[in-house]
Design a protein around this ligand. Structure first.
Ligand code: SF4
Ligand code: SF4
Length: 401
């Protein structure tokens, strides 16, 4: 793709990188075939190729239009297009750079909602208090937010006593922010599982939000501040552990990207790279152990929903499938398993109509093989899919022993 970005923008790291990504696109349109929003609307501007043109226009002119914001906001940043693209276009990174150029500031209700989400979700303590209040006054909460209030509000996970064996592996288990409030059973089950297999598990007491929410909302400064905070919180502890584990694929994909995101910060770059290199999704870690995993639940048929952050972001889709099958579960067929469920961070709140449509489609696909339960790997997908449905949705880690 030809580009004509302004010299001033090309003098920046972001500008040069955006230019490089734009030029790698050969506008073949293969990516449209796997884009969830394009599949629903059929509008070229709701597909990756059209959005890449919009981003080029925005970066070239510096002018944002209502039309551009509308179609870029409808993007889930699911990165299914990256998996499909034969030219290796780094769509997610381009979207991130463009959002930063676009800026986090929105007027009116859209701006207030975004500020509220940035104030609420990354602070687990605040989120827990507000969720408890929200549960009591659910009828007064706007519908978009009410559906995201957890039915049970959990307590923070606490580190278990360590194993006595000197030869045991040691891991730090990331707590995340939304997960420890909405689905605390995930890390409780994981910590127990690891300890049962003689692995030392600890937490980083000062760990905070990974920064993904701010990044998706175009507030890079805030995102980088949260990342620096986590580098400080984890660096010393990371020296004496074998891995830093994430059980929320949305957080894990961001932590793994700390090296790139903080590469230009001379104070933090090296330590961020050290942290990022130690972060593993829990599936990678369990897959590396010589353990015969067994079934923790007496069900046979499981529908596996691989979050976009796992299959497109971390390219780890088949690892969980393999572990579940090795444990003895039968995975039911799920058509179009590459498509997003519509959760996508704050997307279900900011784009409720599109999100609901994607959820309906995903649920129909998950139920196609009549599973006894649904397993996934990210708190957002889990709570989003579970709401309003009778079939249980669990984190896959709860299925192993
Ligand atoms: S598949 Fe890749 S190269 Fe082709 S239009 Fe999409 S992003 Fe561009
Ligand atoms: S990130 Fe997802 S929603 Fe956005 S353009 Fe790519 S495939 Fe479509």
């Amino acid at each position: 793709m030809q580009t004509d970005l302004p010299v001033k923008l090309l003098a920046t790291d972001d500008g040069r990188r955006a230019n490089e990504i734009l030029r790698s696109c050969v506008h073949c349109g293969f990516c449209n075939a796997t884009c969830p929003t394009y599949q629903i609307t059929g509008d070229e501007l709701d597909g990756p190729r059209g959005r890449i043109y919009l981003m080029r226009e925005l970066l070239e002119t510096g002018e944002n239009t209502e039309r551009t914001t509308f179609h870029l906001d409808r993007c889930l940043t699911c990165r299914a297009c990256e998996t499909t693209c034969p030219s290796g276009v780094a769509y997610g990174e381009l979207a991130e750079i463009t959002r930063n150029t676009l800026g986090v500031k929105r007027s009116g209700l859209a701006g207030l909602t975004r500020q509220f989400l940035q104030w609420l979700i990354p602070d687990a303590g605040r989120l827990r208090r507000m969720a408890r209040i929200g549960k009591l006054f659910r009828v007064l909460v706007p519908k978009n937010l009410a559906k995201n209030i957890p039915t049970k509000v959990g307590k923070a996970w606490r580190a278990l006593k360590t194993a006595d064996n000197d030869h045991s592996l040691s891991v730090i288990l990331l707590n995340g922010c939304a997960q420890q409030v909405s689905t605390p059973q995930t890390n409780i089950a994981l910590a127990q599982l690891l300890q049962d297999h003689d692995i030392n598990v600890s937490a980083a007491p000062d760990e905070g939000c990974c920064g993904s929410l701010d990044l998706h909302l175009g507030d890079e400064n805030q995102a980088l501040n949260r990342m620096r905070h986590n580098v400080d919180a984890l660096f010393e502890l990371a020296q004496s552990c074998d891995a830093i584990l994430s059980s929320a694929s949305g957080c894990g994909v961001t932590f793994k990207d700390y090296a790139r995101l903080l590469a230009h910060d001379s104070t933090y770059a090296q330590r961020a790279a050290t942290i990022a290199a130690k972060v593993l999704d829990v599936s990678e870690f369990l897959d590396s152990l010589e353990v015969n995993w067994a079934r923790a639940r007496s069900v046979d048929r499981v529908a596996w929903h691989s979050p976009c952050t796992l299959q497109h972001g971390q390219k780890l889709d088949d690892v969980v499938s393999r572990l579940l099958q090795k444990a003895g579960y039968k995975l039911t067929p799920v058509p179009d398993s590459h498509l997003c469920c519509g959760s996508a961070g704050t997307y279900s709140i900011l784009q409720p109509q599109m999100s609901d449509q994607l959820k309906t489609n995903k649920w129909d696909a998950l139920m196609a093989g009549a599973p006894e339960l649904v397993a996934t790997a990210n708190v957002g997908c889990q709570t989003h899919l579970a709401a309003g449905h009778d079939v249980e949705v669990v984190h896959w880690i709860e299925l192993l022993k």
